[in-house]
Write a protein that binds this ligand. Structure first.
Ligand code: AMP
Ligand code: MG
Length: 353
């Protein structure tokens, strides 16, 4: 069966090797590639460098940056900067201002911006709900209402206060738990590209488990081909191919990780309004100038649902979305696909032509 999630899995396709190597082409044209596990997924980097050696060194530096961010932003690791920040809320209420590293500051700032824009659909304070979801996976039952109510006291983006001048965060409720699972990977993509750019490598693609950020196009091309396969036609007959430069695309969906309890399926994406995993069948692919923005918006779009997600995306310049939703009660499971008004401009020629 083709699930919604599979239908939107992003596959990266790049053009025939050697393009741009023609005589007279002065652009760096050694194609280099590397893979590394991080953040619970597989990262892949493809770039064009002046020579193989500098390309390989740049790839190593980018992976080192991703590993550094993994260590700082993980909510699984009790030693991470993020976990240490959350722990402050258990020690004192309110926590008092806690100084942030530049990276945690950047990610929390972007998260809070989107929390406001999305009316709280995207909310990195959902950690206590995510813990309850993980418990449901282990125990096969929904959380008791008292547990949900207790978690709710520690959730809410207004309980996370950022001070832009001092670059500090303050947690206003006890036992808060921040979770950057919906945004950190996108930031890692951006930072990997930044590390490559600092080494003079502009033409690069970074893929983190299907979420992709690209810099300048490969030599001789207008963009990197990123295939959302098979999108509009889940039978697989035809995929949608985007041609992207200096942009990112991220996909979120209810079916990537979910738990089934009493015949109901709950996604790992939680609705901050209920504390429970989403039950709607939805998948969204968002294109944005930054990976961090694409990642977070894709998660937010799933919480918002098709109409509200389209309205949000249309209000943000430079952002596009493809979103598919099906009625979980419909036996056919037919998916209604919708796109934002500017997505068509990013399409390259359809497959096979
Ligand atoms: P993604 O796979 O990018 O959609 O992110 C899903 C992850 O984001 C989950 O595994 C949680 O760690 C976290 N998360 C879940 N619900 C939300 C939400 N409503 N807002 C922000 N992050 C969330
Ligand atoms: Mg996300």
């Amino acid at each position: 069966m083709v699930t919604l999630a599979r239908a939107l899995r992003a596959l990266c396709a790049w053009g025939p090797l050697g393009l741009g190597l023609a005589a007279g082409c002065s652009a760096p044209a050694e194609r280099c590639e590397g893979e590394r596990a991080a953040m619970g997924t597989l990262f892949r980097i493809v770039l064009y460098a002046p020579d193989a050696e500098s390309g390989a060194r740049a790839i190593e530096a980018a992976f080192a940056r991703i590993a550094e961010l993994d260590a700082a932003l993980s909510d699984y690791d009790q030693e991470s900067e993020l976990s240490q920040l959350s722990a402050r809320s258990a020690q004192r209420t309110p926590s008092g201002p806690v100084p942030l590293s530049p990276e945690l500051w950047t990610v929390l700032g972007a998260a809070q911006t989107l929390a406001r824009e999305s009316g709280g659909a995207f909310d990195v304070t959902v950690g206590p709900y995510v813990l309850l979801w993980r418990r449901s996976v282990r125990q096969g039952e929904l959380p008791a209402s008292e547990r949900l109510a207790q978690a709710a006291r520690a959730v809410g983006h207004a309980k996370l206060c950022l001070d832009a001048e001092r670059r500090t965060a303050e947690l206003l409720a006890p036992d808060m738990r921040l979770d950057l699972g919906g945004i950190a990977k996108g930031f890692a993509l951006d930072e990997a590209l930044r590390v490559l750019r600092a080494r003079g490598i502009e033409a690069a693609l970074v893929d983190g488990g299907g979420d992709v950020a690209v810099g300048a196009p490969p030599p001789g091309r207008a963009g990197w081909r990123v295939e959302l396969d098979p999108l509009a036609d889940p039978s697989g007959a035809r995929g949608l191919r985007l041609e992207l430069a200096h942009a990112a695309v991220a996909t979120s969906g209810d079916a990537y990780r979910s738990v089934e309890i009493d015949g109901r399926r709950f996604s790992h994406i939680v609705d901050p309004a209920t504390g429970l995993g989403l039950e709607r069948r939805i998948v969204a692919a968002v294109v944005a100038p930054l990976g961090m923005r694409a990642d977070a918006l894709a998660t937010a779009a799933c919480v918002l649902g098709t109409d509200a997600a389209l309205a949000l995306v249309e209000s943000i310049p430079g952002v596009e979305i493809l979103i598919g939703e099906s009625d979980p009660r419909s036996p056919s499971g037919a998916v209604e696909w919708r796109t934002s008004s500017g997505l068509a401009r990013l399409l390259s020629a359809p497959k096979g032509r």
